[in-house]
Design a protein around this ligand. Structure first.
Ligand SMILES: *[C@@H]1O[C@H](CO)[C@@H](O)[C@H](O)[C@H]1NC(C)=O
Ligand SMILES: *[C@@H]1O[C@H](CO)[C@@H](O)[C@H](O)[C@H]1NC(C)=O
Length: 264
């Protein structure tokens, strides 16, 4: 009888732990939307006065411009099929940004670092290469899966720091957005370049996908409040689209309407 009770308690605890480990797609979508909308939260700004006039008019809500650097894990464990979903997710993020703070040479900009082994880690395209949503999304479609044998997250973040140091535009809000399925196992520990980025005013966000990610490491990479977990790449793809819909009130229906983010 006693053994039976212990067994029941054990099963119950196990079930609860399993349940808490699963990520709810709606919750993930809301969390992504809340974070992105807070990064892009408009501020009231005066338009420049016409020449020879002090007239300032009424302040208008203006979202900050971003220098948004995607840092995508392209190691073998992800598989080519799932990497397509990472790319899809990235394109939705580009749409999301553009919807709030238009992409352009003097607007928001997007760059992309692809990483796996230290040797394969590279800048796929920089902030300076493309200045429209369609060219950026087409370019993301062309990114080839590296299928690399290790996960050099630290070196990829070092490269992100260099990229932002050289090509970041003063005044743009700098965001590094890492998507990874695993723990780093090559090169410098990610905490070091992640802290270095933060010390230089860069926001660092990370999405850990699947059950091989190391939570301790995710929390060292991402800023507090910018660490996300997803069960799978297909869930992340859906959640990103839902987050985008939340940012576009006319696309949302039902209870989402009441969550749509408020403009100033
Ligand atoms: C987003 O909105 C579009 C247009 O209403 C809809 O077709 C699509 O299913 C929505 N996607 C998600 C993931 O909610
Ligand atoms: C949205 O909020 C309004 C009141 O704020 C409420 O009356 C309405 O039922 C809500 N709609 C949904 C779909 O939850």
């Amino acid at each position: 009888m006693q053994t039976m009770k212990v067994f029941v308690v054990f099963v119950a605890v196990f079930v609860i732990e399993q349940a808490s480990a699963a990520v709810n797609t709606n919750e993930l979508a809301k969390a992504l939307h809340n974070k992105l909308s807070s990064i892009l939260e408009p501020e009231l700004m005066f338009a420049p006065a016409p020449p020879g006039s002090n007239f300032k008019g009424r302040p208008q809500p203006v979202s900050p411009k971003l220098d948004f650097l995607l840092v995508l894990d392209s190691s073998g464990s992800i598989t080519a099929e799932h990497f397509e979903w990472v790319k899809d997710n990235s394109k939705v993020l580009v749409d999301y940004i553009h919807g709030q703070s238009p992409i352009g040479t003097y607007g928001s900009r997007v760059g992309l670092i692809e990483y796996s082994t230290q040797c394969k880690t590279h800048v796929e395209f920089s902030f300076c290469d493309y200045n429209t949503v369609s060219t950026i999304k087409n370019r993301i479609s062309q990114v080839k899966f590296d299928n690399g044998g290790s996960t050099a997250t630290g070196p990829a973040l070092q490269l992100a720091k260099t990229e932002l140091d050289i090509k970041g535009r003063p005044g743009n809000v700098r965001v590094v957005w890492v998507i990874t399925d695993g723990k780093s196992n090559s090169g410098v520990k990610p905490k070091i370049p992640a802290d270095d980025l933060r010390a230089n005013g860069v926001m660092v966000c990370v999405v850990g996908v699947g059950n091989s990610v190391n939570d301790v490491e995710l929390n060292q990479i991402g800023d507090s409040g910018c660490v996300f977990r997803s069960d799978s790449y297909s869930q992340l793809k859906t959640a990103a689209r839902m987050a985008y819909n939340l940012s576009q009130p006319q696309l949302s229906s039902g209870f989402f309407n009441n969550l749509s983010f408020k403009r100033v």
